[in-house]
Design a protein around this ligand. Sequence first.
Ligand code: FES
Length: 933
Amino acid sequence: MRFEVDGTPVEAEPQPGQVLRTLLREQGVTSVKKGCDSGDCGACSVLVDGTPVHSCITPAHRLEGRSVTTAAGLGTPEQPHPVQRAFAEAAAFQCGFCTAGMVVTASTFTAEDLADHHRRLKGNLCRCTGYRAIEDALAGVVNTTCGPAGDAVGASVRAPAAMRIVTGREEYTLDVPPSPDVRATEALLHLAVLGSPHAHARIVRIDSRAAEALPGVHAVLTWRDDPGVLFSTGRHESRLDDPDDTLVLDRVLRFRGQRVAAVVAESVRVAEQACALLEVEYEVLPSVHDPDAARRPGAPLLHGEKTTAEHRIAEPGRNVVAALHGETGDVDAALATAAATVEGVWSTGRVSHAALETHATRGRIDADGRLVLRTATQVPFLVRDEVARVFGLDPERVRVVAKRVGGGFGGKQELLTEDLVTLAVLRTGRTVQYEFSRRDEFTIAPARHPMRVRVRLGATAEGVLTALHVDQTMDTGAYGNHGIGVMYHSVSESVAVYRCPNKRVDAESVYTNNLPSGAFRGYGLGQVVFAVESAMDELARELGIDPFALRRRNVIVPGDALVVTDPDEETDLQFDGSSGLDQCIDLVEDALATGPDTAEHDRALPCMDGPVLDDSADWVSGSGMAVAAIATVPPRGHHAHATVELTGEGRYRVGVGTAEFGNGTTTVHTQLVATALGTTPDRITVHQSDTDAARYDTGAFGSAGVVVAGKALHAAATALRELIVERATTVVADRTPRTATGVLGPAVHVGPDGVRVGDVHVPTAELLAAGPLVAHGQHDGTPRSLAFTVHGVRVAVHRPTGEVRVLQSVQAVDAGTVMNPEQLRGQVEGGAAQAIGSSLYEEVVLDDTGRVTTDSFRNYRVPKISDVPRTEVLFAETHDPLGPLGAKSMSEAPYNPVAPAVANAVRDAIGVRPYRLPMTRDRVWALVETGRS
Ligand code: FES
């Protein structure tokens, strides 16, 4: 079959039933992405004879004689298509994985299409941006700059990768050719997994003879091939933070979909066919799917045999991974004498990260015999160290490379594919690739921990908190990855944000035979903040106090003691950073009071399909707010090293270990270095997320890349500036000994031809003649500060159906010094959009046997462009003494206050409080119908 791709003739024979996406990828066309393979997300969008299609559902054989255009064919970084330029200038991406498909679709828009873009872009999902910046791009709004010289911090500097992303040239995990060296010249092998059909079972026997006999099969891996070293898929700076409860291939299966066996073959199709030929005999074991049932005597035990201290499981005989019970003051006594009390139990469902790039790893042995893993991870160094430990390798003999990751949200702090690929590479000696499907993302990748949270509050008649009790139970699923850390974190800042003399915290993290839970944006805070902030709203009602005033009266201020829940941390910590929380409360209150609340405005909002927003009594409206705090650095340590080097071309080469997955770290890093060195961001080249390119970095946890790696990098750049001045002084002194020092000034600017120190010019070659100029910096992430977010919403609820529409959404944030206003705004908008999704409709649903029933974007609804209200973003003005140039981290924080703000607004509208997330139409309808929570 002959056809054309981006103007180049192609001759290829599609397999029976093959789709265009996979055929294009086989031809090396990497500007076409895989997001879902079911026509739902649009990451694979291409033009066929000028018409946009989802290539993942377009039969390949229809391409005979036709012309395909991808993002790479629309334009180049030097000569982009106008739509591509607009996306770059508007900062209309974060991870950028959706962008190639998005610009392809948008490139066909007429003026009428632009006016109707909510419908025309419905088939292109973006998980990161919240869509406002994409709408700006369509409208031709320019939000970014290339950056002023010497003072890049504070400017909306464009992401260094912008032009590569919008033209489909940025390389994600599997976008490089598989054979970069001599040892991997044989064809790439693929790995497929047979998942458990049972929630709890023991493998009695596996007959793999038929699978092994299938042509193209290279290896069948079973529990017999397991290296026998327990580990956790959750990764942290200290590996002791998670229980050792997982094997690469276990003989006991603890949730549906867990690996039974893996097949390595010459194609995914053959590997999957071979999986179907495996004959497995199981001993089915009783299973338990509710955390309360799992803790009762006689419940099936998931890890009952893992009883030693090395396993780090608190009570294996009760299925309890971790437990926390602590109190300051006397909560019961304070409640007994309080003027007003509130008590309730709130619950939250599972949420999928739904990052558009699925988990994937490609592994090989390089020419030096080292294991090289190219993988979609937020934590390359932690993956390197754990893979080396599990397989008994020297960490120096393992290299992990991440490059740009297509979205993470915490989901890529898990070691989900790297271990199995390593096993396959070591067994076969070949290059092996394992790529999750979208179904895998929903059914076997960890989701956000579901929680049940009981809150008790007590206060004086004036609204001063006297008692605060949080009792949390979380379902960690079949394995304890992040089950300990999320538990501690969930009840820390959510309780610490309020001053109160009597506080009590109870929390337990419980094993069940459900899908494992894991790290998710906010790291447990979102669930508990939902409960605490709902309770605070109820307390305000009880006392007849305005909810903003109640928060003002009780929030933490600098100098206050911090609640410390983690036993490994110091217990006498106090809040030493800056606080703009009071400013945030004022900003949101003003915005809600003065915001557009006319019927005309509300009716003009892009609305979901459904009843027309009208003046009838069917619609009721209400408003709500909530506050949240989050530590600026993850607990229990975070370390970053960074290097900055002057190159012969007069540029600066930065080596940093953290990963870029849409959090904007790379942009901020270029700004920090440019500012320290008095140059422009375009002269900085960042090499990151490669364990060979930097000394060490814990990885991308929240915005630690800004506040920890950023601080290390700023220190390195400042040190390099001093080195350059020193070297220039020597060079100039040698050149004109009598006058040199008198004319040298502090300013340094490196251009292609050299350095200017004061008014003396020193060529780069002269500077480097005496040896390389390179400086190092490091930071350990301590002490930590607090970042704050306050969210306000106005909603309309349709009483006959339970539909909730967000009419106004505003968030004020205290991010310290705002490094890049447009980027920060995008992070807040994206976090708010993701949180609105999980407030109202996103939920990974399991039946009572542990089977995931929401396994595609068809039945797990991610917000589309037409679903998301614009969130107005406001910045408090603070300067944090602990962060780099006064900055705090922010990428997780915007998520946390949104759900309670929406719940409080729904309560305001219908008079009945929602206690469960998501607040789906049927649940809200039931609240309206029954008048009871
Ligand atoms: Fe759209 Fe990440 S930027 S999915």
